[in-house]
Design a binder for this molecule. Sequence first.
Ligand code: SF4
Length: 694
Amino acid sequence: VIEKGTPDRSVVTTCAYCGVGCAFRAEMRGEELVRMVPWKDGKANHGHSCVKGRFAWGYAQHRDRVLNPMVRGAVDEPWREVSWEEAIAHVASEYRRIQKDYGTRAIGGITSSRCTNEETFLVQKLVRQGFGNNNVDTCARVCHSPTGYGLKTTFGTSAGTQDFDSVQYADVILVIGANPTDGHPVFASLMKRRLRQGAKLIVVDPRRIDLVRSPHIEASHHLPLRPGTNVAMLTAMAHVIVTEGLVDEAYVRERCDTEAYAEWAEFVSDPAHSPEAIEELTGVPAADVRAAARLYATGGNAAIYYGLGVTEHSQGSSTVMAIANLAMATGNVGKEGTGVNPLRGQNNVQGACDMGSFPHEFSGYRHVSDNAARAQFEQDWGVALDPEPGLRIPNMLDAATDGTFKGIFIQGEDILQSDPNTKHVAAGLAAMECVVVQDLFLNETANYAHVFLPGSTFLEKDGTFTNAERRIQRVRKVMEPRNGYGDWEVVQLVANAMGLGWTYTHPSQIMDEIARLTPTFAGVNYQMLDERGSLQWPVNAAAPGGTPMMHIDHFVRGKGNFVVTDYVPTDERTGPRFPLLLTTGRILSQYNVGAQTRRTANVNWHEEDRLEIHPHDAENRGIRDGNWVSLRSRAGETTLRALITDRVAPGVVYTTFHHPDTQANVITTDFSDWATNCPEYKVTAVQVTPSNGP
Ligand code: SF4
């Protein structure tokens, strides 16, 4: 007899929230999920979890889920429920009509970092093989695209260097632009254990994050720099390392491009880059910068962990390269306890990038103009492929408002809420003739959709996710899709309605194709994943068991490449009208725009987003704790309550963006990273004034 609430079976799967990639045992009773138990054999979590993975899965059963496809002629018409057959036929005929009327390149697609590798691979294949162009992009555009660019340019591969466990060998941990205790809690616990054992901590962040001072942990240095000055700060640290003779010269000589190093060393040695010279700019005392640089260079194994506070800037790619420069100069790449480690936000942001979701790259980061790579895909897919890079998300929106881009397929991504400058996104979507949104819920982007296709949750699908340490892990179907189809099946339906003749019957076959076409995944298959639990790419003939740590004897690109990263101030400037700088982040219990966590019990732990403001700035404006305030930028305005705290420095304000009412992206601007167009979410000039509420 099975008691109510007692599981009768369990399935091991992977959390679908953050880039840590915790493995869980989903305990089931019949078709009902009873509880999620952190799996002790999970290689990324070793039996630990946070409140999101453990408790925030109820959205799968939430009444808001849309379970039937819907179509409408215009976005001001009511939705009409239709069969899957009718919806898919409509999508295919609309895409074909648009291409006939406006040209092959008038449509595109957006893949999701929340979906599996197999699903993202199929969306980019649909675009390349079916649409006949490279207009595919992913939500990584707005988070870690500078990581891809920066690490590929310096090290030769667009991924972090170490596995998480490597932090146990670090003597110095430098955290920049990341808040691991809220954003990556399970990895943060591992890091904190090492810190309690005596490793030294340097935090570079405008805000006093919890790590700076928490039980039994006190950062040796907190450098609370002004938002937007990362490159100046890192160059000043490099200045100290080079001018005080702290470079690991043997490492540089043996492992790096010495000409590039010489050029870089000359650049950073300029007195204009000294900590004293940039003190006023960054707001950080020069002595603190010097001490932090010395500790990083001489304290033993030094590891850098960073997040979106590095990438979401107009100099995001430069910042990633400045970090890589520091690590190479001090010999801190290629051994345990060191490295350059991006903490990926979404569960599968690494995987979405690996799978060819960018408009210039096939899976495995090979440029679409690379004839050999393109020939490989052409032979496998039986079509000629476009050698021209396609449009990025912001360029698709620009082209739409210009009248040359007319249709899009958006899988698992709410660009109206999560992309910058909401007005710009809305204008682009409104100008299109066929917007297809596939999601769990009628999200904000769906307000501009002509077709809505129901999505499936991670509990309802088979596939793989790749976490921040390049670890590929299985996602296993726990229950049947409530909407009738897994997301990969929906993409296949669209592809076949467009005449592509795909015949996948299980995601394992998609992985076999990925392995066939992607050198870094050449040895990956479901049988090996099931046997080993997980694999870290590259997995191929040279590394059949995977690669926990990269660049051990040599960099993937050969010699490590130093890049001169000149500080260029963002065009987003403060002034009399907008005298404060806004930066953003998230909290432990919620996830991004909250589409999932707000539909679970976790919502009780976070009722609203607040604006953190320093006591001096609040007093100057007559604002008291809990008062409603108006937050205005050049792009727009929103209203939220004030939280007065000295966690932020004078001149800086901070908020989370988990509730749609906050509409933080109404006020963010169009400025973006020079190399990748990653939006500058972390720096917005604003004014804050008392308000009567929304
Ligand atoms: Fe999920 Fe990340 Fe929490 Fe792990 S740390 S349970 S992967 S949200």
